[in-house]
Design a protein around this ligand. Structure first.
Ligand code: BGP
Length: 472
C-alpha cells in the first residue's frame, strides 16, 4: 500500500505502570486502588493486597525494563507510552515531599529509552490513585485532590523536564462515569454515589487536568500536553429520529470531556443535563479561569464502536459492549465480547478532527486474545497470532484512510505491546502483546519473554512507515 503516514509519525506501543511494573511495595512505593481490586476495575474491593491479585507482581517490568526496552527498540519504536505510578513518587498521595527512590526509577527508565532514541509519552494518572487518597478523601469527589495532584505533577514535570516532552494528564478521563473507584479513586459505592458527587469529581479532574497543562507549559514551554479519552463512535440502530437523538445524547457523555479540554469551557448541552438531572456543581470563578488552559492535542483509546436506540424493548434485548450500547448485528466480537470495528476508527478520527482541529494521537488500540505458545520453524517458542496481525492491519488501513481524509495524526501506540495484566478483568490470559510473557493467572510462569509472529510484522510496518500494510 502506498503510505500516507507522515514523516516522523510516532509509531510505538503503550502500557501502564500498574498493569506491568509489579514490585508493588518495593523502594518505598505506596498502595494504589489497583492493589485492592484483584478481579479488575469493575470487581470487588479487598481490604488490602491479596495473593490472587496479578497486578502486585505484574510482569516484573520494574526489574526487567532494560530487556523489554531493547525488544521495543528492535521493533523500531519511535515512542513508548507508559505511566508514572503516582504511589512511587508520593506513596500516600498527600505527603509534601516525594520519594527519591521512585523518582530515580523513572530517571533510569527514561535514560534507557533515550539510549535508543525512543520518545517517552507519559500518562500522569493511569487508574493509579493512591489508596490512601481513596480511603481518606473519597478520591476525586474531594476538591483537595486538585492540590495533591498539582504537587505530584509539578514534581515530575520539574524532575523530567529535559527527558519527557509528551504528557497525558488522565488516562481515559471519561471512564470515571463507568468505574468511579478504578478511575477516580472514589471509595463511595457506585449505588450510593449521587450524580452531583460524580460530576463534581469529573469537574475536579477537569480542573486538575487544565492546571497540569498550565503548570507544564510554565515549566517547559516545549511540552506537548494532551487529554486522553475513551473514543467510541455511536451508531443508530435504525434511522428513526428518536434513535438519532439517542446517539447524540450518548456521544455527548463522551464528548463532554474532550470538549472541555479543547474549548476550555462547559458546553451548553452539559449545563442542560446538569439542570435537568438536579446536578448542582461547585464551579468557582477560579476554576473557570484554570479551565481556559486548553490542551495541545487530543489522545484517545479505541477498541470498539457502540450502537444506540431509544426503544427500551430493543435496548433490553441487545447486550452490547463493556461500556454500554447494544449489540451491532454487523460486527464480530473478540473473545471478551468487544465488538471489532476498524472503520469506526476512521469515523472517530474524522469526528474529532472536524470537531476540534487539534492534532490527534491514538494511544491505545489492540486485540485482547488467548495466545498459544508453540515451537516455531526456527525452534524458538512463539505465538502464531495472525488474528492480532489482521486486527491491527485492518485498523491501521482505516487510520491511513483518515490521514488521507486530512486528519492531523501525531502517532499510534498499540495497547499492551508486551503482555500485561488486563485493566477490566485483571487477567493475564487476555493478551495484547507483540511479546509473550510466560506468566499465568494462577501465578505460575517463568516470566520469560518470547517474540510473537506479530513482532516482526509490526517491525516491518514501522520500518516501511505503513507501506507494508495490506488493504483488503
Ligand atoms: C483501556 C485502559 C487500559 C487497558 C485497555 C484494555 O481501557 O486504558 O489500561 O487495559 O483498556 O482493556 P483490558 O485490559 O480490560 O482488556
Amino acid at each position: 500500500m502506498q503510505t500516507v503516514f507522515p514523516k516522523g509519525f510516532l509509531w510505538g506501543g503503550a502500557t501502564a505502570a500498574n498493569q506491568y511494573e509489579g514490585a508493588y511495595n518495593v523502594d518505598g512505593k505506596g498502595l494504589s486502588v489497583q492493589d485492592v481490586t484483584p478481579q479488575g476495575g469493575f470487581g470487588p474491593i479487598t481490604d488490602g493486597p491479596t495473593p490472587d491479585n496479578m497486578k502486585l507482581e505484574g510482569i516484573d517490568f520494574y526489574h526487567r525494563y532494560k530487556e523489554d526496552i531493547a525488544l521495543f527498540a528492535e521493533m523500531g519504536f519511535k515512542t513508548y507510552r507508559t505511566s508514572i505510578a503516582w504511589t512511587r513518587i508520593f506513596p500516600n498521595g498527600d505527603e509534601a515531599e516525594p520519594n527519591e527512590a521512585g523518582l530515580q526509577f523513572y530517571d533510569d527508565l527514561f535514560d534507557e529509552l533515550a539510549k535508543y532514541g525512543i520518545e517517552p509519552l507519559i500518562t500522569l494518572s493511569h487508574y493509579e490513585t493512591p489508596l490512601h487518597l481513596a480511603r481518606e478523601y473519597d478520591g476525586w469527589v474531594n476538591r483537595k485532590m486538585i492540590g495533591f495532584y498539582e504537587n505530584y505533577v509539578r514534581t515530575v514535570f520539574t524532575r523530567y523536564k529535559d527527558k519527557v516532552k509528551y504528557w497525558l494528564t488522565f488516562n481515559e478521563i471519561n471512564s470515571i462515569i463507568h468505574a468511579p473507584f478504578m478511575s477516580g479513586g472514589i471509595a463511595t459505592a457506585p449505588e450510593k454515589l449521587s450524580k452531583s458527587d460524580l460530576y463534581q469529581a469529573c469537574h475536579h479532574e477537569l480542573v486538575a487536568s487544565a492546571l497540569a497543562t498550565k503548570i507544564g507549559h510554565e515549566i517547559n514551554p516545549d511540552f506537548k500536553i494532551g487529554c486522553m479519552v475513551i473514543a467510541m463512535p455511536t451508531y443508530p440502530l435504525t434511522s428513526h429520529p428518536d434513535d438519532i437523538i439517542a446517539v447524540m445524547e450518548a456521544d455527548r457523555q463522551n464528548f463532554f470531556f474532550s470538549d472541555v479540554h479543547v474549548r476550555g469551557t462547559y458546553p451548553g448541552y452539559m449545563k442542560r443535563y446538569f439542570r435537568e438531572h438536579g446536578i448542582e456543581l461547585n464551579i468557582t470563578p477560579e476554576d473557570e479561569e484554570i479551565l481556559k488552559n486548553t490542551v495541545d492535542f487530543v489522545s484517545f483509546s479505541y477498541y470498539m464502536s457502540s450502537t444506540e436506540t431509544a426503544d427500551p424493548e430493543k435496548r433490553k434485548a441487545g447486550e452490547g459492549n463493556i461500556l454500554g450500547g447494544i449489540h451491532n448485528p454487523y460486527l464480530e466480537a473478540s473473545e471478551w465480547g468487544w465488538q471489532i470495528d476498524p472503520k469506526g476508527l476512521r469515523v472517530i478520527l474524522n469526528t474529532f478532527w472536524d470537531r476540534y482541529q487539534k492534532p490527534l494521537f491514538i494511544v491505545e488500540n489492540g486485540l485482547g486474545a488467548v495466545d498459544q505458545l508453540v515451537e516455531g520453524e526456527d525452534g524458538q517458542l512463539t505465538v502464531n497470532d495472525d488474528y492480532r496481525i489482521n486486527y491491527l492491519n485492518d485498523h491501521l488501513v482505516q487510520v491511513a484512510e483518515a490521514i488521507a481524509d486530512g486528519v492531523d495524526l501525531m502517532g499510534y501506540t498499540t495497547w499492551g505491546c508486551i503482555d500485561l495484566v488486563s485493566a477490566s478483568t485483571a487477567e493475564l490470559k487476555k493478551r495484547y502483546g507483540f511479546i509473550y510473557v510466560d506468566r499465568h493467572d494462577d501465578g505460575s510462569g517463568t516470566l520469560n519473554r518470547y517474540k510473537k509472529k506479530s513482532f516482526n510484522w509490526y517491525k516491518e510496518v514501522i520500518a516501511t512507515n505503513g507501506a507494508s500494510l495490506v488493504k483488503k
